[in-house]
Structure formats: C-alpha cells, structure tokens
Design a protein around this ligand. Sequence first.
Ligand SMILES: C[S@@+](CC[C@H](N)C(=O)[O-])C[C@H]1O[C@@H](n2cnc3c(N)ncnc32)[C@H](O)[C@@H]1O
Length: 226
Amino acid sequence: MSESTKNLIPRFFDKTALTYDKIVNQTTFAKDKYWKKEILKKIPQCKSILDLACGTGILTEKISEKLPDAKIVGVDITESYLDIAKKRFASKENVSFVKQDAEKLDLEEKFDCITSSYIPKYCNPEILVDVCMKHLKTGGKIILHDFTYPENKAVRIFWNLYFVVLNIIGYFIPNWRDVFVELPKLIKSTRWLGEFEKVMKNHGLKVELQQMTWGCSAILTGSNVV
Ligand SMILES: C[S@@+](CC[C@H](N)C(=O)[O-])C[C@H]1O[C@@H](n2cnc3c(N)ncnc32)[C@H](O)[C@@H]1O
C-alpha cells in the first residue's frame, strides 16, 4: 500500500463505523448485497475461512449463515469496525476477530478459504497475495472483491455524475465527506484487478474473474489447485 493510500484508512474509517452498514447499502443501491451473494457462491463447503478487512462483519455474517459450523476469523485494522463485528457474533464461539494490518498478518494458522470485500484497492498486491498464500491451505481458495472503474464510456458518465451527487450529499454527512470525495479518485487510479491477477498467476493459482454491475465491481478468485 502506498503511503498516501495508507493515510486514507483512518480518514475513511475512524468515524464511519456506526453508519457503515446503512450507507454501503444505500449508496450502492443495495448492489453490495448482490455482490456479497456472488462472493458467497464462490466459497466452497469447507471448515475454515479467513475474512480479511471484515469491517462490521456484513460478509462474515453471510459466510457464517452459509457455513454455520466452520471456524471463521475476521481481521480488520479499525477498532470501531471490529467492535460492531464482535457484537454481531457475541454468541458464536466458532467466529472470532483479530485486530491486525492485513499486509502484516501473522496468525500462525492456515485456512481453506480467504475472502475479502473492498480491501484490494488499499493494498500492495505482491504483499497481500504473499500474506494470503502463507495463510492458505493446499487446495484452498482466495476470493477478492472490490470496486472497479467501468470501461464503457456511457457507464462512466453516469458513474462520474453519481459521485458528483455523493460529493454534494457529503456536505450534509460530514463523517462520510472524505469517503465521497476521495473514493472515486482511488477507484479511478487503482489497477488492483490486473495487478492481483498477475501476482496470483505468478503464485501458480488458477485465476477466474467475474465483472459485475456494468464493470463497477469485480470478484477475482485464485484457486490453489493441487
Ligand atoms: C469498506 S470496509 C469493508 C468491510 C467489509 N469487508 C464489508 O464488505 O462490509 C473496508 C475495511 O477495510 C479495512 N482495512 C483497510 N485496510 C486494511 C488493512 N491493511 N488491514 C486490515 N483492514 C483493513 C478498514 O478498516 C475497513 O473496515
């Protein structure tokens, strides 16, 4: 992660935990729910899952519903987001949460599947894939999801107009202002999809790509085929 991107993490997440679930649903017109359903479809029946940058645990909860007996570990760097995730799972012993930087992750255990929704654009692909490989069992799967800048020119016009509207809305929701201003710049500048695909292939993973919602979002899956 470059220094400037790393600086965005506290700016985006320190004051937004309490409203995150509502805002992500509303600002994506509930597409976030659809994208997470598509992630879930790619998770195999397995015994252990690592959910990187789990945030408030929206995806973690869906994983737990699909695999109620699996061991699930959620990792995030932001305490306030983790606090909400922990409350969500207060009564589930097989789900736990750890505060760590995903790029420096060291859990001393391996998982059947690693998921992450919305982390790739913040991370260095070489470092994150390396970390994932260290925590992935032989035959395991890495599933990464994030926003992408659409390639279609007409879609780009609507996409840019939409962020102009969000910029204006940001004046009325000060805790989200930085996100609404900086997120479109980050999505336009990130090359996460191509870069992660290349690095995953270099690690010998079988890579599959699913683009969604007119190229506004994508899921990249790397399978450690034995
Ligand atoms: C947009 S939220 C997504 C949360 C969740 N995955 C979801 O889909 O609802 C992004 C999360 O990534 C976390 N994050 C960003 N960079 C991280 C890193 N290097 N290590 C761990 N967590 C990170 C932030 O703290 C934040 O909770």
